[in-house]
Design a binder for this molecule. Structure first.
Ligand SMILES: [Zn+2]
Length: 491
């Protein structure tokens, strides 16, 4: 069933829960390092292992980062709130509980505006709260890496206790066929906000930013929300969009067949773009939350909140508006670049010397498409803005044709080296005028019968000569100029 057909008949309702690992130097309640990629269980101590007699102390930087996020999302900052203990029995938390926030989050009732196709969608934020991240489990021996079928599991507590902020939206309605694109644009905008705040490295591929995507469908005459599913830990922007599309199509299939959508968590599969069932949520788990007795309540002074508010950077949307004005981009240009995630790349390309139209043209007109073909985020491509600016300059001065310029870009993307190294290695450059004249004369001398036809006025005979010249120059001739020269010589 196609996504567009489904959304002619159902209203999609989205909800996004985004987890952000904060970029503090140490964990939330102890002094252990938060550096990614350490030897398993090398960044642990009695506090984050929950050993008896140890006591947590809250990391001030983590609180300040969370308040900054709340302020950037236009939230109210609680005058007084507490951490809560969330009790559960998975081995990824050595304490058998996770310190989180429950009914007293630090930040509440905000919003983030998301621009898409000339429209602004206001996504309401219900809450922003702070909690400690869990450890990582690795299930060994099965085919899927999941616990089912495995013969043993390994656990790494390096991540346990790293400060994690959870940003929860209210149900997002009224997006219609743009639902999947709005979900992606929201996470993208949120990522830009967080990056500009300097509170996280927001690297989705390393899991420092990950989204749980809630989707439900409402028939047009319904007066309450449909049953939702929650696709967990979606870790790229492209996957956020695909997860929404897949759930919309899958749920419509269930509903159209007279079935019932099961409330459950689901896993997203990068390879197929589909989801599969995880834990059922039909019976809500009882985490027996209670206020964390080992920590003092949080009561951020109003002067601190105002100080942090005054320190906020210019929001990405405002920065983009200024950027558009400076470089003469239209609203449509900006939407396209924002949705493709290339505004910062285009800006850096302009800063490296490329004209605004060229910088946009390269990223939007070519590199975004290549990223899609390679299955990468555009920012992950192996070409730098400085490299794009260099190619653009060589094109402008006539050293590269458009075709050669793209070949150079492809070689850089393939990891062959930087722009100049690639051009030197392949000998890719436009043939100079002298070389071209020599090639034209040689081609004419080699094909006297074709030359005779052209002399008689048969311009259709020029093609084979141009082909011969391209061959002789290894494809580096400017075909248009070669044609001019042939006609000049034979008129
Ligand atoms: Zn520790």
């Amino acid at each position: 069933m196609s996504y567009d057909d489904v959304l002619d008949r159902y209203e999609p309702v989205l909800g996004l829960e985004t987890h952000v690992e904060l970029g503090t130097a140490t964990k939330l309640f102890c002094g252990c390092s938060t550096v990614f990629g350490g030897e398993p269980n090398s960044q642990v101590c009695p506090v984050c292992l929950g050993l008896p007699g140890s006591l947590p102390v809250t990391n001030r930087a983590a609180i300040e980062f969370t308040i900054k996020i709340g302020l950037a999302l236009h939230c109210d900052i609680a005058e007084w709130c507490r951490f809560a203990r969330k009790n559960y029995f998975y081995p990824d938390m050595p304490k058998d509980y996770q310190v989180s926030q429950y009914d007293e989050p630090l930040c509440t009732d905000g919003y983030l505006d998301v621009a898409l196709d000339g429209r602004t969608y206001r996504v309401e934020i219900e809450r922003v709260h702070l909690e400690e991240d869990t450890g990582k489990t690795l299930h060994v021996g099965g085919d899927t890496g999941r616990i089912h079928g495995a013969n043993h599991s390994l656990v790494d507590y390096n991540r346990a206790g790293i400060p994690l902020v959870e940003i929860v939206t209210r149900p997002i309605r009224g997006t219609g066929k743009h639902a999947a694109a709005v979900a992606k644009a929201y996470v993208s905008e949120l990522r830009d906000v967080l990056r500009d705040l300097g509170v996280s490295d927001v690297r989705m591929e390393q899991g420092s930013l990950r989204a749980d995507v809630n989707v439900s469908l409402m028939p047009p005459d319904a007066d309450q929300l449909g049953t939702r599913t929650e696709t967990k830990n979606v870790n790229s922007l492209r996957s956020v969009e695909r997860a929404v599309r897949h759930e919309v199509e899958r749920q419509a299939g269930v509903l159209d067949a007279g079935g019932r959508v099961v409330q459950e968590t689901r896993h997203f599969h990068e390879d197929s773009g589909t989801t599969s069932p995880g834990r059922s949520k039909e019976e809500a788990q009882d985490y027996r939350y209670f206020p964390e007795p080992d920590l003092v309540p949080l009561a951020p002074p109003r002067e601190l909140v105002e100080e942090l508010r005054a320190s906020l950077p210019e929001p990405p949307s405002v920065r983009r508006a200024r950027f558009a004005e400076t470089h003469g981009y239209t609203a449509v240009d900006m939407d396209q670049m924002t949705n493709a995630g290339v505004v910062d790349l285009v800006e850096a390309t302009i800063d490296a010397g490329a004209p605004a139209a060229k910088a946009k043209g390269w990223w939007l007109g070519y590199l975004v498409g290549r990223a899609g073909e390679l299955g990468l985020e555009v920012a992950e491509l192996a070409i730098t803005p400085a490299g794009v600016a260099r190619i653009s300059a060589l094109e402008d001065e006539g050293s590269l044709t458009n075709k050669l310029a793209r070949q150079v870009a492809d070689a850089v993307l393939a990891g062959e080296g930087d722009v100049d190294a690639v051009i030197d290695a392949h000998g890719w450059r436009v043939a100079g005028e002298d070389e071209l004249v020599a090639a034209v004369d040689a081609a004419i001398a080699d094909a006297p019968d074709i030359a005779a036809k052209i002399r008689e006025g048969n311009q259709g005979a020029v093609g084979p000569l141009v082909g011969a010249i391209m061959k002789a120059t290894g494809g580096s001739a400017d075909a248009k100029r070669a044609r001019e020269l042939i006609l000049e010589r034979l008129s």
